[in-house]
Write a protein that binds this ligand. Structure first.
Ligand SMILES: Cc1cc2nc3c(=O)[nH]c(=O)nc-3n(C[C@H](O)[C@H](O)[C@H](O)COP(=O)(O)OP(=O)(O)OC[C@H]3O[C@@H](n4cnc5c(N)ncnc54)[C@H](O)[C@@H]3O)c2cc1C
Length: 285
């Protein structure tokens, strides 16, 4: 049964914080996830909404003061991220992920903040943000706090965000010599919810091709986006070649216990996960 929850709107951040502190409100940004819930067909529909779409403080993409991190406002849309020069320069993998999210209509409305807080295990940006050691900045009436991506998704569609908080932005540390790569497997090349999402980050120093600070992050295989420590350890301190790419793919298949669901079987997820990691490493070297 479709519902039409009442909507209140905030023009400023302090106003939004007051409203969230006073009442049980569900923030609505682009609405591309929430509108599906409003029909009542998937889970409990929200009772009252807080429209945050006018909060310009949540919109920008830039460098943090001091230039140590890329700051992406929670209201940045996928279209904006796809085309933003700073996002493309410092986290091209996120721009690549943005290009795979829904079609143009979804990319024009859907936001980074909505993807992160919605916390679907299939959310395409989540493994990229996790692999890049991102930090989420949350704001509420008492002030701001920072939560590392690795601590943010606490269970199936659960996050560390309190009900009175807004996600303000994601901060992605800028690291010399770092690369972040993204792969997604869906039923087809476009407009497909992921069966498997993979993001791999590593750093090299100068002419030395040794991989350091390796992060292997995956989505759609468990209740939350996860890192794969055994594969990170295998790749850490190595100079990957075809043989190591192949061993890493095998190790990933061993390490994961994917879910069976309507989109894919666990066996298929395991098989393609190993294959896309192998190819990602082969392409990188
Ligand atoms: C047809 C279709 C195709 C899609 N394809 C993909 C896809 O390929 N890949 C993918 O990852 N996703 C996909 N999605 C899901 C969705 O588009 C994305 O998750 C999108 O980024 C959600 O952003 P939004 O602004 O629309 O979120 P909303 O629907 O507005 O909000 C989602 C959730 O986040 C909360 N929220 C939003 N912003 C904030 C904030 N700043 N602070 C606190 N809480 C907040 C809301 O309360 C809500 O719980 C698809 C959706 C549709 C309908």
């Amino acid at each position: 049964m479709p519902v039409e929850p009442p909507v209140v709107s905030a023009r400023t951040l302090p106003e939004a914080y007051e409203l969230l502190a006073a009442d049980a409100l569900t923030p609505i940004a682009g609405g591309t996830d929430l509108m599906v819930r409003i029909t009542g067909e998937i889970g409990e529909p929200p009772e009252r909404l807080l429209d945050i779409g006018h909060l310009d403080a949540l919109r920008g993409i830039g460098l943090t003061p001091g230039g140590h991190a890329l700051s992406i406002g929670a209201l940045a849309t996928w279209t904006r991220i796809r085309h933003d020069p700073l996002a493309r320069l410092h986290l091209g993998a996120l721009a690549e992920a943005a290009a795979t999210i829904g079609a143009a209509q979804i990319q024009n409305r859907g936001t980074l903040g909505g993807n992160v807080v919605n916390a679907s295990p299939a959310g395409d940006s989540l493994p990229v943000l996790l692999a890049a050691d991102s930090v989420f900045v949350l704001g509420s009436r008492p002030g701001e706090r920072r939560v590392a991506a690795v601590d943010f998704w606490t269970g199936y569609r659960q996050t560390a965000r309190r009900a009175d908080e807004l996600l303000l932005r994601a901060e992605v540390p800028l690291v010399d010599g770092r690369r972040v790569c993204f792969r997604k497997v869906g039923t087809r090349r476009a407009q497909a919810i992921s069966k498997v999402v993979l993001a791999v980050a590593w750093r090299t120093a100068g002419d030395d091709p040794t991989w350091r600070d390796v992060r292997v992050a995956m989505g759609s295989i468990a209740a939350v986006p996860v890192r794969i420590p055994s594969v990170e350890t295998l790749l850490e301190g190595s100079v990957p070649d075809g043989g190591l790419a192949s061993r890493a793919g095998d190790a990933l298949r061993e390490a994961i216990a994917p879910i069976d669901d309507v989109r894919s079987t666990a066996d298929h997820r395991r098989l393609v996960s190993g294959r896309i990691l192998r190819r990602l490493i082969e392409d990188a070297v």
